[in-house]
Design a protein around this ligand. Structure first.
Ligand SMILES: Nc1ncnc2c1ncn2[C@@H]1O[C@H](COP(=O)(O)OP(=O)(O)OP(=O)(O)O)[C@@H](O)[C@H]1O
Ligand code: SF4
Ligand SMILES: [Mg+2]
Length: 318
């Protein structure tokens, strides 16, 4: 299947007064129509930076330093403003990391949904369409008259999802859409998102730091460490333990609900700062399997099995 979104060797830097911070390097990921891909990594690993760059929504002082991104075979990095506006709503829409920042505090929910629909040329049946969108995400349409602060965090998050789906895009990027919510509300919203995806068939790129959540519903998982993808594989492969030492460490650190907890342990150390990135493999100071080579040569992401890529000197490429 050809990709709907294809990101190739994307590198992104934050141009700070003290010099460029290389937040994302050589990031390659493609998403097929209807596929759910999860992007997982610790806080600060570059998940939001990579995806905002891919849809050209990166704020200053972020700069794309190299790479290519195609959406439905059109190059995103050379689109003009009008093409970008179309892309962001009708092509790939974003549920941003904070639902609060997605909503305007001084406008009612109804006004914001109507604005979105008007801005993109929908002038008929705005009220009916707004009510339908509220029902889609299981919020009572009575709240079209509410302001964001009158709603719970879970309701605001659902409305951010409704806004992203307003124009029926073929792809949605969700940046930690449920992280701020309690587990029960998180699971309810996730179930709703999956039901909508099943009915409408859009692709999802789901960003989170919660690998156990992703393994439960994503088709494929991409693991990011300090700005570089270290492993991309289908969920079953990741559930079976993955191959990259960092993925394996993430899986070992997931607490279990049942059974033996004695082998649950975190990864020693902390992720590096962008101001002092390790040479060679960025994971080497924390990797129990590192060899002297690992501190010098950068391991590139390459195929190590069928639809399975990893970046580690110890893994044989296929
Ligand atoms: N405006 C900025 N200026 C400078 N550096 C930034 C800026 N925004 C983000 N960064 C840095 O870029 C790196 C990646 O940040 P990013 O927000 O993409 O990570 P993330 O994986 O999305 O983290 P989180 O899980 O906390 O959302 C971090 O080191 C962060 O400090
Ligand atoms: S390249 Fe070396 S340091 Fe990096 S994950 Fe593999 S073994 Fe560990
Ligand atoms: Mg983020």
């Amino acid at each position: 299947m050809s990709a709907i979104l294809d990101i190739r060797d994307l590198s992104v830097a934050w141009m700070t007064p003290s010099g460029p911070l290389h937040a994302v390097e050589d990031f390659s990921l493609s998403i097929a129509p209807g596929e759910i891909v999860g992007l997982v990594g610790e806080s600060g690993s570059g998940k939001s930076t990579a995806m905002l760059a891919a849809i050209r929504a990166l704020p200053a002082p972020g700069v794309i330093t190299s790479g290519s991104v195609t959406f439905e075979d059109r190059e995103v990095l050379s689109m003009d403003e009008a093409e970008l506006r179309r892309l962001r709503w009708r092509g790939v829409s974003l549920v941003p990391q904070s639902a609060l920042s997605a909503l305007n505090p001084v406008l009612t929910i109804g006004a914001q949904i109507a604005d979105t629909l008007y801005a993109h040329g929908q002038t008929d049946s705005i009220a009916a369409r707004s009510e339908e969108l509220m029902r889609l995400v299981e919020v009572d349409p009575i709240h079209l008259r509410s302001h964001p602060h009158q709603l719970s965090g879970g309701m605001r998050q659902r409305i951010a999802v409704a806004l992203a789906l307003a124009l029926d895009p073929p792809m949605v990027i969700m940046d930690e859409p449920t992280t701020a919510l309690d587990v029960v509300v998180e699971r309810q919203i996730l179930r709703r998102i999956l039901a909508l995806r099943a009915a409408r068939g859009f692709s999802i790129l789901f960003i989170t730091h919660d690998l156990s959540l992703l393994m439960a519903f994503a088709d494929r998982v991409a693991v990011l460490y300090a700005g570089r993808l270290v492993e991309v594989a289908d969920s079953a492969t990741i559930r079976a333990g993955g191959q990259h030492p960092y993925t394996q460490g993430l899986i070992r650190s997931i607490p279990r609900l049942h059974g033996d907890m004695s082998d649950v342990r975190g990864i020693p150390g902390a992720p590096p700062s962008l101001r002092s990135l390790p040479t060679g493999c960025r994971f080497h100071p924390r990797c129990s399997r590192a060899t002297p080579d690992c501190a010098h040569a950068v391991p590139l992401l390459r195929p190590i099995g069928t639809a399975h890529d990893a970046a580690c000197h110890l893994l044989e490429s296929t």
